[in-house]
Design a binder for this molecule. Structure first.
Ligand code: F6R
Length: 363
């Protein structure tokens, strides 16, 4: 049932181009228009969005915040479910509450959802398990159609969550008149190219394997990213610590000089997630600060970024080009592959990492 792969995680990473395509097709009509089930979400009367989840699902929410704010101009709050539920935050009128959960059974996320009942204008969930508690208790459940995810570390669920949340952001922008029809259609077309780009990114596997043999020697790894690459830096660090047991932290690139740079020396690999976009130069200057302190930089970028990065980079991992808006979907792959191959090099139990459960039904 691992389909010839050594681990479920490897199989699930490789499935992403196909399940991402399934998720997109499910939500796109014949004419390329976005079709959400159950009459969709009325964004014309929503004044803010609050998104709540745990772990990797929380990082999908953090990424969606960039999309919803940028595309639809709606303010978005993102919360960790275990904090949200006990903080008991005020929920102003006009709040759309969105809960993201692969399993749909995470206890803290479910409790946060119940807190929003009777308070939020509408409760929407983004789930993989369609008949789960979180799906049942929400006003509208949006399935991500990733198929069963067996590996404890979430992979294909993350990219499918991102795809569904990107469509929600685009739909919000359309309804609020923030995107004209031509631009909207162009974004949807861009999104449709993502499965092919993920497929191309999988070709980086053997190169990642080589790099991972070095990462496996490290006891600390830093991940940096700016803008929508910041949640991906956190995801890279979460995946790596979860399955390889190497201590890893993700930071917003701009935060480096506010503390974490003190950790940098030649034993700490610093993984910089930086596609060539309008923030690239800023991230390169953070990278140079790392290199000036003897830090070993692994730059994950595209061919333009690789050409402009300059000297001194320890390793470069070149990803396919992608439309700027949707690069987070693509850069999930190197984050996953680096963690996977490092864990394999270390010989840890990739699919069943110690101390972790697939579904966290106790708080
Ligand atoms: C990390 C991971 C976890 C889950 C988290 C939420 O790889 O898998 O962080 O994302 O436990 O689980 P769900 O999405 O089922 O609510």
């Amino acid at each position: 049932e691992k389909g010839g792969y050594k681990h479920f995680m490897a199989k699930e990473i490789a499935e992403q181009p196909s399940v991402l395509g399934d998720a997109l097709r499910h939500y796109l009509g014949e004419g390329g228009e976005i079709v959400l089930p159950g009459g969709g979400i009325d964004f014309t009367h929503v004044s803010r969005v609050t998104m709540v989840a745990c772990g990797t699902a929380y990082l999908a929410c953090m990424t969606a915040k960039y999309w919803i704010e940028q595309l639809a101009g709606l303010p978005v709050d993102v919360d960790i479910a275990s904090e949200f539920r006990y903080r008991e935050p005020p929920i102003p009128a006009g709040t759309l509450a969105v809960f993201v959960s692969q399993s749909g059974e995470t206890a803290d996320t479910l409790a946060a959802l119940r807190y929003c009942e009777g308070r939020a204008q509408r409760i929407v969930s983004v789930v993989n398990v369609a008949e789960s508690s979180i799906a049942r208790e929400s006003d509208l459940a949006l399935p991500i159609l990733a198929g069963a995810e067996i590996g404890v570390a979430s992979t294909k669920a993350f990219t499918c969550q991102l795809a569904v949340l990107a469509l929600v952001a685009l739909d919000a922008a359309r309804q609020r008149g923030a995107l004209d029809a031509v631009t909207l259609a162009a974004h949807i077309q861009d999104l449709r190219t993502m499965p092919g780009r993920l497929n191309a990114a999988l070709a980086a596997g053997p190169r990642v394997e080589t790099i991972a043999r070095h990462l496996a020697e490290a006891s600390d790894v830093l991940f940096l990213g700016r803008g929508a690459m910041y949640p991906l830096a956190l995801e890279g660090a979460l995946k790596l610590k979860e399955i390889s047991y190497i201590h890893a932290e993700g930071y917003a690139s701009g935060e480096l000089k506010h503390g974490p740079i003190a950790l940098v020396d030649n034993t700490v690999p610093v993984i910089v997630m930086a596609p060539h976009n309008r923030l690239f130069d800023k991230t390169v200057s953070n990278m140079q600060e790392v290199m000036a302190r003897g830090g070993k930089v692994l730059l994950v970028t595209d061919s333009r970024g690789a050409a402009e990065a300059g000297d001194g980079v320890w390793q470069t991992l070149v990803m396919p080009e992608a439309p700027e808006l949707f690069t987070p979907i693509l850069y999930a792959l190197p984050a996953q592959l680096l963690a996977y191959h490092t864990a394999v090099a270390k010989g840890t139990d990739v699919d069943q990492p110690r101390n972790l459960a697939k579904s966290v039904t106790v708080e």
